[in-house]
Design a binder for this molecule. Structure first.
Ligand code: LLP
Length: 431
């Protein structure tokens, strides 16, 4: 049974009806199915069982500590891109020795923190960054384990904002410069070369871009061998797609077979960095319809979730499936589902065939990846609560953010009078 399903006409997550969750935790709330996370992780692991990769979950996809803790227990490693994400992994009980650090702009403090934690590897994205890591490691009396993130210039055929392996993108080291940089890295005393890495994009539905990237990387591995530079691992990044509406992801087994073939005669450990694949389908955003209205012929359902809670439709024009919590039969009318934020771009779905009325609950589907983790406080809206379901149990894993909490760090900075009272027009008038 899928984790989100109708029982007696009410949408459930596992064994819990979503209307009950709305009463208990309020809306908007992100609801995650624990079993869906577990089963996506084991499906991924099983698909690649021939090569036994180190799976490093991309923390940016869903960085809730309880989600990370769950994945750590399943044996997952982590792909991080900031000191903040490193801290999350450590607090969630993640294993730093299974953690890789990607990203084009690692600061000195972040490099130091990662060296202190003894992470598995830095995925280095530029020559200058290599030098910085070398210096920091030398000061700390360490050798930093590194791989170069190579940019193989392949087109992953995805949304331009999430294509990362093209020549014109800011990511990685152009493949034609990589050999020279490896040779230089081999001379640096604070550096220990351990691998090679790429990540060509996200929500990739075709196998071919992976094939092209692998061919380029394995070719480089061979050239390095000739120069006496022996690698321990190859990291192919993440990017494996899910189905949001009608996309047809390539079968994981096809990628797994292809990698297995290429790794057959080599002593290289495989690392993969899936994010979306593991958590996207495990999450919904539970929201209530506040109002409906018609502007001319155009119908709107105004909900209490907005682009600050889920920015993917506004930012990427990504398709968004919406399910009514109380089952309804089909409709021939389409409306826009929009949020309360003061931007025309604040839509969650356009021309969506659904009937709504004020007070009704809706579930925005497949938002477990890049949903909450990309949310913001725009329009001074507190961020949504997050709830994790296991069978009949519902556990709050992040409480709803209060406006008071949002304002605290600014209230402290307001001008105050000598008694500590915040200065206002009234207090000035009194003086
Ligand atoms: N590794 C690296 C170095 C990455 O930059 C990413 C994602 C991943 C792994 C995981 O990719 P995944 O398996 O989740 O596709 N906000 C966008 C996606 C941005 C992805 C950024 N990098 C979205 O909502 O579609």
């Amino acid at each position: 049974m899928t984790p989100f399903h109708y029982r007696l006409d009410v949408l459930h997550c596992e064994d819990v009806p979503l209307d009950r969750l709305a009463k208990t935790f309020g809306t908007p709330s992100y609801i995650y199915s624990g079993s869906a996370i577990d089963s996506a992780f084991s499906t991924f692991q099983d698909a690649f069982s021939a090569t036994k990769p180190l799976i490093c979950f991309a923390v940016k996809a869903n960085s809730n500590l309880s989600v990370l803790q769950r994945l750590a227990k399943l044996g997952s490693g982590f792909d991080i891109v900031s000191g903040g994400e490193l801290e999350r992994v450590l607090r969630a009980g993640g294993d730093p020795s299974k953690t890789v650090f990607s990203g084009v702009g690692k600061t000195e403090a972040e490099i130091r923190a990662a060296l202190t934690a003894q992470i598995h590897c830095f995925n280095v994205e530029s020559a200058e960054e290599l030098d910085r890591i070398d210096l920091v490691a030398q000061h700390m009396g360490q050798q930093a384990p590194i791989s170069l993130r190579v940019n193989p210039d392949v087109n992953p055929d995805t949304h331009p904002y999430i294509a990362t392996g093209l020549k014109e993108s800011k990511f990685g080291i152009p493949i034609e410069q990589a050999l020279k940089l490896y040779e230089r890295a081999a001379t640096l005393s604070g550096i220990k070369i351990v691998g090679i890495d790429c990540h060509i994009g996200s929500q990739i539905t075709q196998l071919e871009p992976y094939e092209a990237a692998m061919d380029a990387l394995f070719d480089l591995v061979d050239q390095l061998l000739e120069k006496g530079i022996v690698l321990r691992h190859i990291d192919l990044g993440g990017g494996m797609s899910v189905c949001y509406l009608d996309e047809q992801p390539f079968p994981l087994a096809a990628l797994a077979d292809s990698v297995a073939l290429k790794l057959r005669d080599r002593d290289l450990q495989l690392i993969l960095e899936p994010g979306r694949y593991i958590v996207a389908d495990a999450g919904i955003l539970l929201t209530e319809v506040l109002y409906t209205k018609h502007n001319g012929d155009h119908g709107f359902g105004i909900i209490d979730a907005a682009m600050n809670d889920l920015i993917r439709p506004a930012l990427y024009g990504s398709p968004q499936k919406i399910l009514p919590v109380k089952a309804q039969s089909g409709t021939d009318r389409s409306i826009d589902i929009v949020g309360p934020i003061c931007e025309t771009g604040d839509f969650l779905a356009k021309d969506y065939p659904i009937r709504v009325q004020a007070g009704e609950l809706l579930a925005l589907a497949a938002v477990g990846a890049y949903g909450m983790s990309m949310s913001s406080n725009y329009n001074t809206r507190g961020r949504a609560a997050e709830v994790l379901i296991d069978g009949e149990e519902a556990r709050l894993i992040r409480r709803r953010e209060l406006v008071e909490e949002l304002l605290a760090s600014e209230t402290d900075c307001l001008h105050k009078d000598s008694s500590g009272e915040v200065l206002s027009n009234q207090s000035e008038a009194k003086q």
